[in-house]
Ligand binder design. Sequence first.
Ligand code: NAD
Length: 458
Amino acid sequence: MTSTLKITNPFDGSALAEVVTDDLNSVAAKAARARASQPAWAAVPVAERRACIERFRLSVAAELEALAMTLTQEVGKPLAQSRNELNGFLARIDFFLENVASSTAAETVFTDASMTERIEHDPLGVVANISAWNYPYFVGGNVFVPALLTGNAVLYKPSEFATLSGQHIDRLLHAAGIPSDVFILVLGAGDVGAALLAQDVDGVFFTGSVATGQKIAAAMGARFVRLQLELGGKDPTYVADDADPKIAAESLADGAMYNTGQSCCSVERIYVHEQIHDAFVEHFLKTVASFKVGDPMVEGTYIGPITRAPQLAVLEAQVSDAVDKGAQLRAGGKRIERAGSWFEPTVFTHVDHTMALMNDESFGPIIGIQKVSGDDEALALMNDTRYGLTAGMFTKSEERAAKLLSLVHAGSVYWNCCDRVSPRLPWSGHGESGVGVTLSTYGIQAFTRPRAWHLRRP
Ligand code: NAD
């Protein structure tokens, strides 16, 4: 049975909209439409599919300010950061447009007098795209843009916390010429996501929490469809003794608190060499104190509300656990009492790995800074995690960084930077950070299957 979803503004809890959600029957009907339409879409020349996405890109650019405002209202992301996401989305679309034809072109890999061997890239077919709310344009677009360009039909379920942005994406794709049966919006919460998994799909591309990723892996296990899971992280950075403490602190405070700490690749653990630890902490605290907390629609706001209210309890539990185990609270540490869901930017020193703060994804504006004696200890601590999304090191020496970062278990490694994603580079995780790759040419081929042609001349 369909039901309605109430959409509220995390800034003050006010009602924004009500939308009708899908149910098992409507999801099944949508999946059947996608199945029926996909072969004709795959037969459309890639140049025409590209032209649709180019028109989509133009309309996203034309409506950028309105789209940014909707995004800010429904997830609480400060407006400047919503604009950043949309501009970054345009850059990702450009990458996919430029690279889809070359990444999926047929290739003759061998030929002689009697035999030719060729690789072609067929679309997967029907793709289920189940998305997170924290960067709906990024994590949704990493899937639906290359999937559509490579000839797949897409069933797109935005997060229930980013529904209005999902509706804009749907409207703009159809206006750009993507057929209504090729890109189909599926609305609702986890039960609707689970209904989507029960359909005849050829690929499931999920971004979200480890707990949901595990449920999806269990549901899809025996089905043998392409499964990609982009999950959480507990991303570490090490600041070595030769790093500039001020530059490192300013960069890492931003990496920890941007998007109110609600990024999969937020900096979540910081290890600082004992020789510069105190100077680093001083600069870090100064930077965090300069972050303006408040109405995300107001220019200059850097930290907004926590998007999902239940996360406040997770942050509180990490704070009390850290305090109980001897950590020093240097800033923040509690909810901000006002309408909506708010947490103070929070900094701990004297932390260790017995604390949840250094083990479990926080997904909020909270960070632990741990003193270390050198590169070996830092590396051991960085790898003491079940996650493996990103990791970084600040040092003047590229050689020293390369040595350490090549041994870190992480899909992306950063030298003198953090919290960074590039469309040109593959995005992937180790361990509980997930399986599969988006972005880069790998993240285009992920939506295809290779067909091996063995051609013997008569
Ligand atoms: P979530 O797991 O709560 O929800 C993600 C999506 O899954 C939503 O659309 C939700 O409706 C759906 N869902 C929930 N239960 C389901 C089920 N049983 N079957 C099918 N679908 C179901 O995650 P979230 O709160 O939206 O996102 C936050 C998490 O996402 C964080 O852990 C963050 O690190 C992670 N994330 C990872 C990346 C990455 O690239 N690795 C990017 C962004 C976010």
